[in-house]
Design a protein around this ligand. Structure first.
Ligand code: HEC
Length: 140
């Protein structure tokens, strides 16, 4: 197909349309917005329990992450997470980074690790659970 032919520009428009649709779909906002999280009521103790147990059939965070500094082999250790989280993405606070890490784990991958994190926590956790979990993660 020659560049400049009507077919050429038609296929280019089709490609752009597909790219646009793909971006629109992956940008689907999480069911729980960051603004829905009430950190004034968050309880790190409940967050620790949530971290260590399976909730609504979703795997426990502790199945893939340690908090001791040792890598489990699947996920990285979350020791020292508050400082790490604050520095991971320019312009994102530690809280924002943790919110996105839990709800959209594939969006940013920790260097050296693969996209293996369970990706459906938005359907197994409620807003209050998520706030408790983040409050706990910020104590590590
Ligand atoms: C099936 C394994 C698995 C489970 C279960 C899992 N994670 Fe992860 N997680 C990973 C992997 C692998 C990474 C590194 C790749 C990435 O960034 O997604 C990761 C990355 C993270 C990060 C980013 C860490 C950093 O240093 O930037 C956070 C925060 C996190 N997980 C929190 C959680 C929490 C909280 C839970 C439970 C609600 C959880 N994870 C459950 C595998 C898992």
């Amino acid at each position: 197909m020659k560049p400049g032919s009507p077919y050429h520009s038609f296929s280019l428009s089709l490609i752009s349309l597909c790219l646009l649709l793909m971006t629109a779909c992956s940008a689907d906002p999480p069911r729980i917005a960051l603004a829905d999280l009430d950190f004034a009521l968050a309880d790190a103790g409940s967050g620790e329990k949530l971290y260590n147990q399976s909730n609504n059939e979703a795997p426990a965070c502790s199945a893939c992450h340690s908090i001791s500094g040792a890598s489990s082999g699947i996920g990285n250790s979350l020791a020292g997470l508050p400082e790490l989280a604050a520095d991971r993405i320019a312009g994102q606070s530690a809280t924002e980074y943790l919110y996105w890490s839990i709800l959209r784990p594939g969006q940013h991958l920790v260097a050296g690790y693969s996209n293996l994190m369970y990706a459906d926590y938005e359907n197994s956790l409620e807003a209050a659970d998520l706030a408790d979990l983040i409050a706990y993660l910020l104590t590590l």
